[in-house]
Ligand binder design. Structure first.
Ligand code: BGP
Length: 473
């Protein structure tokens, strides 16, 4: 058994990490546009976003990024050369609604994506569009407090309706929110949320999550009304949480940790809050405000498929002494798994974990899966106009092998888009140096460089993977 003939091979990017042109043609600021790169990024993004709102930094990586806004034609031509069947991208919300609360969209912003979709069409590349990928308009953060505020549902739904109608027939695959569970870990990124003193942090996060879940269902409803061919997916930052030892306490802890992520998909895929949330909310003094009709909306408009990013598995323990050793590889703190190696940024590399995660999800939901992010962030050296990125090829080869194993296990899989198919700004660190692409972009952490594109060794390798539909890895 192998991959289906129409398997969707491709790559993924996000508007805020590649477009640049941050104020061009009427675009407004997104919350990412106030974030610096490098060492200052973590404080601004995670520890103290309130301070970032008031601070003037020397350099903002998202403002120019790799300038995809102007280079999309040549970049898409390169994707086509690799044989992409699908291209995952996002629409920048503040390009369409600059402050977020307008009722009429910015026509220039809409035109840009028309041009991108037309260009993709030229090469028969199917767009896969994330409606909101970490770029809530800054206006909605400053004037409304972000997703804490129920009003955000209306603004998001208005935005979703505009783009779903506009791009009817051009886009079939939609994702409502990128890595929706990130809201619990990086609330500013995920929802423009600032936790105030005295607030019950978990309550704020889950209330905001409820708003996004309702908004996601409403967007799904509209997508299906606008075009019955539309396929709508949710999107999870996935990676199963393993237990550190066979001590039953550790096993139980891992179940709790896994529920922390699957909670979102439980709601988006099954259409109701899972029974375990009752106890979770009670013990944490979380009183969620539901409005009339919310339950029906969630119930009646579930997703058609489940998409996810996978970079790593995680490891947890019930032992407080062990937990002192937690390391924050990516947004998720994890214990160090002695069986795994890690990337230069400390992300543990676990190809079999991808098979594990896919099987868990398919067993749980029985809906088609779509891997929409996976890849290796590494330091690349450009030599003789190319990069010998054998390490990236090795990483991807092992992951694709396990992906195919999962398909053989019976998992239904729509496609695979590797993250950052062209080098772009890192979401977590704001660096350019953390590269994922098959295409090298000559631009550094300070935004210096020619911005010229070069094919890495992995470019030809991936092209052959696609050409042989994964038979030759
Ligand atoms: C995911 C995000 C992406 C992307 C990726 C890699 O969490 O959806 O936007 O950037 O991770 O992370 P980083 O850029 O921090 O290396």
């Amino acid at each position: 058994m192998s991959l289906k003939k129409d398997f969707l091979w491709g790559g993924a990017v996000a508007a805020n990490q590649c477009e640049g042109a941050y104020l061009e043609d009427g675009k407004g600021m997104s919350l990412v546009d106030i974030l610096p790169g490098g060492k200052l990024r973590k404080e601004a993004l995670i520890d103290n976003p309130k301070k970032a709102l008031k601070t003037k930094y020397d350099f903002y990586p998202s403002h120019e990024s790799i300038d995809f806004y102007h280079t999309y034609k040549e970049d898409i031509a390169l994707f086509a050369e690799m044989g992409f069947k699908v291209f995952r991208m996002s629409i920048s919300w503040p390009r369409i609604f600059p402050n977020g609360d307008e009722t009429t969209p910015n026509e220039k912003g809409l035109e840009f994506y028309d041009k991108v979709f037309d260009e993709l069409k030229k090469y028969n590349i199917e767009p896969l569009v994330t409606i909101n990928h970490f770029d809530t308009p800054l206006g909605l953060v400053k004037d409304y407090g972000g997703w804490k505020n129920r009003k955000l549902i209306d603004f998001y739904v208005n935005y979703a309706k505009v783009i779903l109608e506009r791009y009817k027939g051009k886009v079939k695959y939609w994702l409502t929110f990128n890595e929706i569970n990130m809201l619990l870990h990086i609330p500013f990124f995920g929802g423009g949320i600032l936790i105030e003193e005295g607030e019950n942090e978990l309550e704020v996060k889950f209330q905001s999550a409820h708003h996004q879940l309702v908004a996601s269902s409403l967007a799904t409803k509209i997508a299906h009304e606008v075009d019955t061919n539309n396929m709508v997916g949710c999107m999870l930052a996935a990676g199963d949480v393993y237990y550190n030892t066979c001590n039953p306490k550790d096993v139980w802890k891992s179940i709790e940790k896994n529920r922390e992520q699957y909670f979102f998909i439980d709601v988006q895929s099954r259409g109701y809050y899972p029974s375990y949330t009752e106890r979770l909310f009670e013990e944490n003094n979380i009183n969620l405000k539901f409005e009339d009709g919310d339950k029906e909306i969630l119930k009646n408009h579930t997703v058609d498929f489940i998409s996810f990013s996978y970079y790593s598995s995680r490891l947890t323990s019930a032992d407080p002494e062990e937990l002192k050793k937690l390391e924050a590889g990516n947004a998720f703190a994890s214990l160090k798994n002695p069986y795994l190696e890690a990337s230069e940024w400390g992300w543990q590399i676990d190809p079999i974990g991808l098979r594990v995660t896919m099987n868990t999800m398919y067993d749980r939901y029985q809906k088609p899966l779509f891997i929409v992010e996976n890849g290796l962030g590494a330091v690349d050296v450009l030599e003789n106009e190319t990069v010998n990125d054998d390490y990236r090829i090795a990483y991807m080869k092992e992951h694709l092998k396990e992906m195919i194993e999962a398909v053989k296990d019976g998992v239904e899989l729509l496609g695979y888009t590797s993250w950052g198919c062209i080098d772009l700004v890192s979401a977590g660190t704001g660096e350019m140096k953390k590269r994922y692409g098959f295409i090298y972009v000559d631009r550094d952490n300070e935004g210096k460089g020619t911005n010229k594109r070069y094919k890495k060794k992995s470019f030809e390798w991936y092209k052959n993977v696609i050409a042989t539909n994964g038979e030759e890895l």
